[in-house]
Design a protein around this ligand. Structure first.
Ligand SMILES: [Zn+2]
Length: 309
């Protein structure tokens, strides 16, 4: 049904009420056959519990006998916000290249700004980096500092010393990007990230920062680009232009909140921008459906940031 949908408008027209939204989510998440979130048992004959003879999506597992709905264990769980507003919010959030503010969203879906803020943060939590796989072939790795630059950015840099800037490490290969907030850019930190996310035998392209000096000891071919005036490509044609482009895109997006961004929030924004990059070849409907069908849950910050904060 979905893949024939030409637009989000026609999709939402086919989901006029609570029931149709819930059934749509069941179809997308379960392929129509209920899955118990407690024990994982899949059975089209899970008991349907009714309330005043009306079935509202509450199932009882035939195996573990626990109750659940299609929203149990997901980002929608325990929320009083109707699913159609969630759907609109997710679509708007994912399709706006530069993101959407809570004020704008509150107007678009007619909720308070506080509710809109809550919805946006739940969506952001679920833009997980997991599942896109490791890098191979050629990967560009670069580090940057968020919080203003030392030169020529007085407006954003006022009162902020180098110590207060937040380091971020990014990895980019052909079709995907990872961006991690880190506590420092020492060799041990960079090596830990690269070894965890890059397959053996990959060519790792970096600038001449000392933290990358021993990367070849980890089984990689290391290409160094010495950044000088008018020099962005090394003798063998390798460069880090892609990841640097991502940094400027991220920094432009963060411009309004540069001065106040904190590490845990910064990781969410890194995930948001990386997610958009990683799904850039999908159209807006595909991205929306993919987001609805991926496993979602309430994720702790510490899990999202791999303990770096
Ligand atoms: Zn069960």
């Amino acid at each position: 049904m979905i893949h024939q949908m030409k637009s989000f408008f026609s999709l939402m027209k086919s989901l006029p009420d609570k029931k149709s939204c819930r059934e749509f989510l069941e179809e997308q998440r379960w392929n129509g056959v209920p899955v118990c979130p407690h024990c994982g048992y899949i059975d089209e004959h899970h008991y349907k519990l009714t309330f005043f003879e009306e079935f509202n999506g509450l199932y009882k597992c035939r195996h573990c006998r626990k109750r659940s709905t299609v929203t149990s264990g997901t980002m929608f769980e325990g929320s009083n916000i109707p699913l159609d507003k969630w759907f609109y919010a997710i679509y708007l959030f994912l399709s706006h290249k530069k993101g959407i503010s809570s004020l704008q969203l509150s107007r678009d879906i007619e909720v308070t700004q506080k509710t809109a803020w809550f919805i946006l943060n739940r969506i952001r939590y679920n833009l997980m980096r997991e599942g896109i796989g490791n890098h191979e072939g050629i990967v560009q790795v670069d580090e940057t500092y968020i919080g203003g630059k030392s030169k020529g950015r007085f407006k954003f840099n006022r009162g902020r010393s180098m110590k207060q800037k937040i380091p971020v490490v990014g990895l980019l290969s052909d079709d995907k990007i990872h961006a991690y907030v880190v506590s420092n850019t020492k060799g041990s930190t960079l090596e830990f990230i690269i070894a965890g996310l890059v397959e053996d035998g990959t060519t790792v392209v970096t600038d001449s920062w000392g933290g990358y000096h021993y990367i070849s000891d980890f089984g990689y071919t290391h290409e160094v680009v010495e950044h000088g005036i008018w020099k962005y490509v090394n003798e063998r044609g390798f460069h880090t232009n892609g990841i640097e482009g991502f940094w400027s895109h991220l920094k432009r997006g963060l411009k309004g909140i540069y001065h106040s961004v904190r590490p845990k929030h910064l990781q969410m924004y890194c995930d948001e921008f990386a997610y958009r990059y990683n799904t850039r070849k999908m159209d807006d409907i595909q991205r929306f459906i993919q987001f609805l069908t991926k496993p979602s849950e309430r994720v702790r910050y510490s899990e999202l940031t791999c303990g770096f904060i």
